[in-house]
Design a protein around this ligand. Structure first.
Ligand code: ADP
Length: 207
């Protein structure tokens, strides 16, 4: 199973991504987690990206592409699947994700979108901020991440819809219910696989 996850911050990408990956026996590749690990380990990449994470800004494309290429290459080296969570987030990244996965013979079968209201996102992330102490879970940074999501991430959903691989699930119910809904929907979709990216120039031109 090869899945991309696209959802606003606080929608439950991390929780649901880990559960789906475990369910299908594939690695959960969460770009935010990979980046935070680099920051914690103070690698060169970690030092470069920390400022972006703290501000809730997007890490530059070239750095993200290298990170994702390595993670996907490793995950698919022996024909395995993946749950890629947090990438792509822009039209340019959607195109890059397609090219990287295509060169590995492992394009996504499903783009999983979790729908959650803005008010609920803010409520969840502020609640989390007391527990996890993420540097980007303060209200102004949450608002910025959410605005970026609506501005540059949401438009890519239409591309996946046109490719016939978009699966949109309500992320508002309790986590166990959402997991059940996702797994049921993924089971129904198994076998479907759009290998061609379809027209993209208009979307990229709008970026
Ligand atoms: P959330 O979706 O809750 O904002 P993530 O853990 O997915 O959290 O991402 C945290 C931060 O990591 C983002 O705000 C951004 O700075 C960086 N990041 C993650 N994925 C990407 C990406 N695809 N492109 C650019 N930056 C990214």
């Amino acid at each position: 199973m090869r899945v991309l996850m696209i959802a606003p911050p606080g929608a439950g990408k991390g929780t649901q991504g880990a559960r789906i990956a475990a369910h299908f026996g594939v690695p959960h590749l969460a770009t935010g987690d990979l980046l935070r690990r680099h920051v914690a380990l103070r690698t060169g990449l970690g030092q470069t990206v920390q400022q972006y994470l703290d501000r809730g800004s997007l890490v530059p494309d070239r750095l993200m592409q290298d990170l994702v290429r390595r993670a996907l290459a490793e995950a698919t080296a022996h024909g395995g699947g993946y749950v890629l969570d947090g990438y792509p987030r822009t039209p340019a990244q959607a195109w890059a994700a397609y090219q990287i996965a295509s060169s590995l013979g492992a394009t996504a079968q499903i783009a999983l979108h979790l729908r959650v209201d803005d008010d609920e996102v803010v409520r969840r992330l502020l609640a989390r901020s007391g527990i996890e102490h993420r540097s980007d879970d303060t209200e102004p940074v949450i608002r910025r991440r959410l605005a970026l999501y609506h501005e540059v991430t949401e438009p890519i959903l239409q591309w996946y819809d046109r490719r016939g691989i978009l699966l949109s699930v309500d992320g508002m119910p309790r986590p166990d219910q959402v997991t059940e809904d996702i797994i049921a929907a993924l089971r129904d979709r198994r076998g479907h696989h759009a290998d061609r990216p379809g027209p993209v120039p208009a979307l990229l031109a709008a970026a």
